[in-house]
Design a protein around this ligand. Structure first.
Ligand code: MRU
Length: 354
């Protein structure tokens, strides 16, 4: 299979080392983190050196290999070690479905291979991790194709958080739509929500769009409402961390507010996500676990204290947008429209291998 080009590769694996473009340091420094153990990959995920649902899944796949590559023992013990590693990596962050998706996919390949030779089985783990990585490039490209058809000349599109190349294998989901519009030479522009508390919009989406020459304007999260009222936004595209089978979608905290605003102002609100982000076991948004992150993320910015030291904080990292606010979900299988109970059948078929 020919792998399409990506604007950049934030994740690389070579010579037994996983290299991650450390997203905590962007945009001021482009530093690469070298991970040689599953512990270092777990930490990179937990502390968000790598972040964004598909990127977390890809990194975990390689982390899985790093966790078992030095295993010494027989087949049964190896299968136990795989199970242990899988549970361990899965504990790094709770909301992004792609994390468990990647681990389950590797486990299924190994246990279904019929192979008993440990060296060959280790190789299967690595092969599947690489495949998850390259597949994501293809999925994101398709999302870009379908999503770009939703917009036209002169549109201004709002995005929240970072669902770009950094959050995936290099092309993004929401940002795939923008990269494709640019490739098609359709003039458009973007408003970027800064996305407190960790500023993924201001730091990461702004970095990506600047790098690729896409016209973009950074706004504070509380500015979207008046821009919508003034007719300055024609559509919203955001990514997803986990999508329930009725279309309810978990994404970065603040997404729900943007969706409500879009509904009130009659602006289309789209989710862009690959099938790997859908959770067959989550019937509705109530089944999606929401991560609560350290309180210092709200009390401080970049280690600089804003609020009084003992100030009580609530810091949920994601919220769930109910499906009734979503105009469509842009996937590799097309733009799924409401009623989602019907259109999501396509995703069920992809995920169950039909
Ligand atoms: O906490 P983060 O930065 O990992 O949250 C990321 C998001 O919410 C993204 O929008 C989502 O993972 C989609 S990435 C294509």
């Amino acid at each position: 299979m020919k792998i399409p080009k990506v604007p950049f590769s934030p994740i690389r694996f070579s010579d037994g080392t996983l290299f991650l473009l450390d997203q905590r340091k962007l945009p001021s420094r482009e530093l690469w983190l070298a991970c040689r153990t599953s512990l270092s990959v777990w930490k990179a995920i937990r502390h968000m050196a790598v972040r964004g649902a598909p990127a977390i899944g890809i990194a975990a796949g390689y982390g899985f290999y790093l966790g078992v590559k030095d295993f010494n023992g027989g087949y049964r013990a190896f299968m136990k070690a795989l199970d242990k590693q899988s549970r361990y990596l899965d504990s790094a962050r709770p909301t992004a479905r792609n994390l468990a998706y990647a681990l389950e996919r590797i486990l299924n390949r190994v246990s279904g291979s019929g192979e008993r030779d440990i060296k060959k089985l280790k190789n299967e783990v690595l092969e599947e991790a690489k495949k998850i990585h390259t597949d994501d490039i293809v999925l994101c490209r398709k999302i870009g194709e379908y999503g770009s058809a939703l917009f036209g000349k002169g549109d201004t599109i709002l995005t929240h958080c970072n669902a770009g190349g950094l959050a995936t294998s290099g092309y993004g989901t929401a940002l795939a739509v923008f990269y494709t519009l640019k490739e098609k030479k359709i003039p458009f522009s973007v408003f970027v929500d800064e996305t407190r508390p960790l500023l993924q919009g201001a730091r990461l989406t702004a970095w990506e769009l600047t790098k690729s020459g896409i016209p973009a304007t950074l706004i504070c999260d509380n500015m979207a409402a008046s821009l919508m009222r003034d007719g300055k936004i024609q559509g919203v595209v955001v990514g997803a961390d986990r999508i329930a089978m009725n279309g309810d979608t978990a994404n970065k905290i603040g997404t729900y507010g943007v969706a409500v605003l879009a509904k009130v102002h009659k602006i289309p609100f789209y989710i862009a996500a690959p099938s790997t982000t859908f959770d067959l076991k989550a019937k509705t948004g109530k089944d999606i676990p929401i991560e609560e992150r350290p309180h210092a993320e709200v009390r401080e910015i970049h280690g600089k204290q804003l609020a009084p030291k003992g100030m009580k904080v609530f810091n949920p990292s994601f919220d769930v947008t109910p499906h009734r606010y979503i105009s469509g979900i842009i996937t590799e299988a097309g733009v799924l429209k409401p009623p989602f109970s019907f259109s999501l059948k396509k995703i069920k078929e992809i995920l169950s291998g039909k």
